[in-house]
Design a protein around this ligand. Structure first.
Ligand SMILES: *Cc1c(COP(=O)(O)O)cnc(C)c1O
Length: 354
């Protein structure tokens, strides 16, 4: 059975992804510094579709891409063709060798063990180095670097990177401490260097080195306040009903009508990444006007008080220029990154621009 066009997705919410805004955000971040700007497209392009996102960013001018694991690199390679350089943060793991080779991915080596594995399996295949400058998450420790550097440098690594732990807090002393550590570990190298993601780009030119690696700022998230919103989310109205004063709505009778009210039930819920905890603090929008979400967010459904809305439209917006991923993040006491990457696979993804 195949649906006809008219049937397609009538009850499926549409996640609209503005590739023009994405490209504009990359260009804006690129124009902050004088160095090269890469693009981080891990986690399926922060949940927005790695192939489409990477293609749009390549068109905007990005020539280097970063992913978390080799499998992600393969899909980005398929989308982009042979030319752009694709780096893998997790480095060279057991079982990655064939994939790194076939998709021509550049692992960022994180440990002595990974270096030996790489030099043994793919001695002539390019690699980079990830150094730990205090975050203690991923990368070669300063003490190990002393022992490894001679061997690693003999094979001409193409890039050396580290990552800042507190770049979203400009005044945090950790930023300067990591910068100093990075300089100490790398000042005498003749290899291109990269320290900063979105937050680090905004800390100033001394953090930029040869290449920056923005992710969240491309997708419209904090701390890049000047970012254009990239995603909007329209939820179809499935049903409208009138409730009398004193009637309740949804699980746990969590909301009780104080007056005669009109309730719209829309199609999306916590299974679509609309975190249950944010319920009481968010609204749905029709154009520029907000209508409060009432009752609990359930797995696939949300209820909205549209009493004040003269004519209920076919869809109501959960994400738009007024209620952004940062608004939802605040409401759910999390970060924009988690909102973006949670947006479910069930949406009908619609790409605009580019
Ligand atoms: C995710 C990540 C980035 C991108 O960070 P944003 O804060 O999204 O800009 C850059 N470098 C590393 C090592 C990362 O893990």
């Amino acid at each position: 059975y195949r649906r006809t066009n008219q049937e397609t997705g009538m009850s499926t919410a549409s996640l609209r992804i503005d590739l023009q805004a994405l490209a504009a955000n990359w260009q804006a971040l690129n124009s902050i510094g004088t160095c090269e700007t890469a693009a981080v497209v891990k986690a399926d392009g922060y949940g927005l579709g790695a192939a489409q996102v990477a293609t749009a960013l390549a068109k905007a001018g990005a020539r280097k891409f970063f992913v978390a694991v080799a499998e992600e690199g393969l899909s980005v390679r398929s989308a982009l063709g042979p030319d752009p350089e694709i780096f893998v943060f997790s480095g060279h793991m057991v079982g990655d060798t064939a994939l790194l080779q076939q998709a021509n991915l550049t692992p960022l080596i994180n440990s002595a063990q990974q270096l030996q594995r790489h030099l043994q399996a793919l001695p002539s295949h390019g690699f980079g180095l990830q150094l730990d400058t205090g975050m203690n998450r991923l990368g070669i420790e300063p003490s190990d670097w002393q022992d490894l550097r001679e061997q690693a440098l003999a094979y001409d690594p193409v890039l050396v990177i580290s990552h800042l732990a507190c770049a979203d807090t400009p005044d945090h002393p950790m930023n300067a401490a990591q910068l100093a550590c990075f300089c100490e570990m790398t000042d005498d190298l003749q290899i291109p260097r990269s320290l900063s993601a979105t937050g680090g780009i905004l800390l100033g030119p001394e953090y930029h080195f040869d290449l920056t690696r923005p992710g969240i700022g491309l997708y419209g998230g904090a701390p890049f306040c000047a970012a254009r919103p990239v995603v909007s989310l329209a939820l179809p109205v499935i049903q409208i009903r009138d409730v009398a004063a004193g009637e309740t709505v949804g699980y746990g009778n969590a909301w009780c009508a104080a007056r005669a009210s009109r309730i719209a039930t829309v199609s999306a819920g916590y299974a679509d990444g609309l975190i249950r905890a944010m319920g009481p603090k968010v609204s749905l929008y029709h154009a520029t006007t907000a209508y409060p979400l009432v009752g609990r967010i359930s797995m696939d459904l949300i209820t909205v008080d549209v009493t004040e809305l003269a004519q209920v439209p076919e869809t109501l917006d959960m994400l738009n220029n007024y209620q952004t991923i940062e608004t939802l993040a605040d409401a759910a006491e999390t970060i924009g990154y988690e909102i973006l990457t949670s947006l479910g696979a069930r949406y009908n993804r619609v790409y605009r621009g580019s």
